[in-house]
Ligand binder design. Sequence first.
Ligand code: ADP
Ligand code: MG
Length: 389
Amino acid sequence: MSTRDRQALLPGATLGVMGGGQLGRMFVHAAQALGYSTAVLDADPHSPAGLVSHHHVQKAYLDAEGLQQLAAVAQAITTEFENVPAEALRTLAQSRPVAPSGDAVAICQDRAAEKAHITASGVPCAPFALIDSEASLARVSDTLLPGILKTARMGYDGKGQVRIQSRAELAEAWAGLGRVPCVLEQRLALHRELSVIVARGVDGQWVHFPVQQNLHREGILAVTEVPAPDVDPALAAQAVAHAGAIAQSMHYVGVLCVEFFVVKAADGRLSLVANEMAPRPHNSGHYTIDACDVSQFELQVRAMAQLPLVAPRLHSPTVMLNLLGDLWWRDGVERTPAWDAVLALPGAHLHLYGKTSARPGRKMGHLTLTGADAASVRAVALQAASLLG
Ligand code: ADP
Ligand code: MG
């Protein structure tokens, strides 16, 4: 299909986004750089994306008037948050192109549906069981212990998860989570964690970023390094193929991130297990703003506007450090981190999201380091971490 055949929305049009968090803010920046106007729907008058957007509809996700206002001003709509009710996206889709679709987002909102989709795409998941009744609790196989009990819906950054050792702990943890539907996953010995971000257009063409290595602390992403050091090229190619297969089988349109665990068998062989997916740009792809020629946010814009998706190229090795609210506190006293010292480091790119209250664990910003080679980037990242710590 030639570019002319597409129903492309060219710069000058207005693009809308459901959700006003940092992902929405970086989407707005990318859209505006290309010459689009933007509209954000988020009830919070101080939302990071609302603060920088041309239009800000300050209504709840399911507010009919708010959805109407967004559709009136925006010619195409995306989402920055997977817990936007799928119903809101379906309503918007009656009058505007919406990417990703409410159906795709609905799959990602429910860990059981997500695992069913991943498995149906031919990609392995961690062994798990759905726990939604006393009977399903009693049926759980001992092979899933020790395990991690995760609420099927609304979990993020390790929230809604309990690590359990025994059946007694499992029953207690499920009661503690309010007996809502959960998945119990076998706790795997993780050799490492990787993620792959793909962008897919309405025409089915898809492109991907390089495989990313992620380090989590207390369930929250702390560090991403790209290229992922010492990854077997065959394993990396398989991760990309898995992410592509998952996107294809959903007829996905937009940016999708798939998180993987690398597990090591007794014979030393490494294999991939898909953990979860996000129907939007992902924290592990923030480095793409500074280290790639096209960012994940620009690809989100291009996919929703039906512009060509070009294969992104990493032009620098990179390390991304998440900046959590904890950095704003020392000995119980709030302070401003030493940004001047951090910005004196070569290849340091600071991104702050405009959030005013720095609660511990809250994602306030990120720092991307780029440089000539991976070893020097890693060394500068360590310096940055010690300046901030
Ligand atoms: P969230 O939606 O909060 O990101 P995840 O399912 O990705 O939830 O879990 C967060 C982190 O917890 C993972 O990145 C990984 O470090 C750890 N984790 C999750 N599931 C497992 C598992 N089955 N075995 C071992 N570690 C896990
Ligand atoms: Mg995760």
